[in-house]
Write a new protein. Structure first.
Length: 585
């Protein structure tokens, strides 16, 4: 085969791969990429060979083949990082074309390596943190700075895996409101998709529905794979409606969003198993709502075996949590022969992968209470939420969906008196109102995704942020040492740090430095408070991240290094390991 014939065949196969990818026929496109790689190796064509490795790492994501993805990502990195290796493959390669590939594909190669490693090990595993750090370094070294946004998305998934939903939601909002790229794919839908997921996991179905219908469906059209975004939006919409008992609105909502949908739009399982995992989880919810929890458990068990066989541990955690919830609803006891080994395996794998959210979810399922609905548990929302702040106003409990009862207490044990909750102070309520007001304006900004935020709303947001900054930072450690009944508590400092760390107007070194100096003064004054230690670690990490995004050296602002912040977090955990917020930090 001469060069001209090879080039013609290579072009045809590339076009075919693109067509199949657009249709989400990923198994077929994967086979085309494999053929490109084989031909390129046979004819010693470096650039087609390198590009085929890139295509294979992409396709391996939807096929849930992390080992193949890692193998091709490492091979791709080796060629892009070593001119000597490239010359051994093809001595007469085009150097300008090679340098273009180094610029274009290096960050993507590290991104795919991190993704496949996370799929295999879990997103919060230490090895993933290292892979992300390497990838961001490569973005800066090669000058492909727009790809930093892709690596920032890991903060969403890592926060979710660690159980820190507040921080994960913060990063999701940042991604959802980022500036649209020109002449390339728009990543804002990714943030919106994750934002919907956080709403669902916390039982906020109305917010999830609003985000889906107001922005996510429209933003998905600008995503690099519109069909993939549509399918994901479709499945999330179905999940929200079934969870909230509003499945009758299905057709009207699709029509209102101008979505023409057919089940045939979802590719066959063998072509794109990734979406079928989500579809199984959604259909399991439907079975539970129909009073068939054992059917749901069987569906989830089958999919569990598949993802573990693929070494996709990150998908397994939610599937196992959902399966345990379904079996609990079916009447199984947590210490019985069926559930006990499932629970033990979940704890063991979660500890190894640092998947703290799975352990939080499990603990919430094993000790549910209608007076205290869980906001951490993606599976706990399978039982009726008809009480508390996360109740669905239109959902009516039915006889076949009882609340999971706690285990009966032994008769010889005296009953435990109910714990009386300390009423919140007026100042705590004021802080809470300020935070809610800020969140409402943030939601207005999210609704404006894809266009400029209205000037008056932006001005209102700026004014509120300035007001909160001035109000909160007037407090000093002396306000905590006061013996007055209304003295400042460490939890109130924790609450104040939340909105301050999420402000958009952290746009100057002076303001970031002032915030850190104010916040850390409390920890220095009260070094034994686990709340303040953990929050200093959390707040310092957030400010370092913000400074880095603004291209400000965080070390010049007096913010401790990541290692020093980690020591704060460890000290806090040692003092109070049972507090969820401290554990997630």
């Amino acid at each position: 085969m001469d060069q001209e014939e090879f080039d013609r065949l290579y072009s045809e196969m590339n076009n075919r791969h693109m067509e199949l990818s657009d249709q989400l026929m990923i198994r077929s496109s994967f086979q085309v990429a494999q053929e490109i790689k084989r031909l390129a190796k046979t004819h010693k064509q470096l650039m087609p060979y390198v590009y085929s490795c890139f295509l294979l790492t992409n396709d391996s994501r939807e096929l849930l083949e992390p080992e193949i993805g890692i193998e091709n990502a490492l091979e791709l990195i080796a060629f892009l990082e070593s001119e000597e290796k490239a010359r051994k493959f093809q001595p007469d390669y085009d150097e300008d074309y090679y340098r273009y590939f180094v610029y274009r594909l290096s960050a993507c190669a590290y991104d795919n390596l991190a993704v496949h490693t996370a799929h295999r090990e879990g997103y919060n595993s230490p090895i993933v943190h290292g892979a992300v750090e390497d990838g961001m370094h490569v973005c800066r070294r090669t000058g492909k700075l727009e790809c930093l946004e892709c690596f920032r998305e890991y903060a969403i998934r890592i926060s979710r895996a660690s159980g820190d939903y507040d921080m994960g939601e913060h990063y999701a909002r940042m991604c959802a409101t980022s500036t649209a790229r020109e002449n390339t794919d728009d990543r804002r839908w990714v943030g919106l998709d994750d934002l919907v997921d956080f709403h669902i996991r916390q039982g906020r179905f109305r917010e999830a529905l609003e985000t889906l219908t107001s922005t996510a469906f429209e933003s998905g059209k600008q995503y690099h794979s519109p069909l993939s975004a549509l399918i994901d939006n479709y499945l999330k919409l179905k999940k929200v409606l079934w969870l909230s008992g509003e499945e009758a609105r299905w057709e009207s909502l699709l029509k209102a969003n101008e979505v023409s949908w057919s089940s045939e739009d979802i590719p066959p399982f063998e072509e794109c198993p990734d979406h079928h995992v989500t579809m199984t989880a959604t259909e399991a919810i439907q079975r539970v709502r129909e009073g068939k929890p054992r059917e749901a458990a069987e569906m989830l068990a089958k999919m569990e075996r598949f993802v573990l066989g693929q070494d996709c541990l990150y998908l397994w955690f939610d599937l196992r949590c959902s399966r345990i919830a379904a079996l609990l609803l079916a009447g199984e006891q947590s210490d019985g022969n069926i559930l006990a080994p499932l629970i033990e395996e979940l704890r063991r794998r979660a500890r190894k992968a640092c998947q703290w959210s799975a352990i939080q979810s499990l603990d919430a399922m094993l000790d549910p209470s209608p007076e205290k609905p869980s906001i951490l548990n993606p599976a706990a929302i399978y039982w009726p939420i008809d009480a508390g702040p996360y109740a669905s106003p239109k959902f009516k409990p039915t006889s076949y969906l009882p609340l999971i009862a706690k285990a009966e207490e032994k008769k010889d044990e005296s009953p435990i008196p109910p714990v009386e909750e300390t009423p919140k102070s007026e100042r705590s309520l004021e802080i809470e109102r300020g935070r809610h007001e800020l969140e409402e304006l943030w939601n207005a900004a999210n609704e404006a995704a894809g266009k400029e935020m209205p000037f008056e709303r932006q001005a209102e947001l700026d004014e509120l942020e300035n007001r909160l900054f001035e109000k909160y930072t007037r407090f000093t450690p002396e306000d905590m040492k006061s013996s007055a009944p209304d003295k400042l508590t460490d939890e109130e400092i924790w609450e104040m740090s939340g909105p301050l760390s999420q402000m958009r107007r952290l746009d100057s070194a002076e303001r970031i430095r002032a915030l850190w100096k104010w916040r850390h003064a409390f920890t220095e004054a009260f070094p034994d408070s686990p709340f303040l230690l953990a929050n200093s670690a959390h707040f310092g990490y957030t400010l370092r991240s913000v400074a880095a995004e603004k291209r400000i050296d965080p070390d010049s602002l007096g913010i401790p290094t990541l290692e020093e912040l980690e020591i704060f977090a460890v000290r806090a955990f040692e003092k109070n390991s049972g507090r969820t917020g401290i554990a997630s930090v």
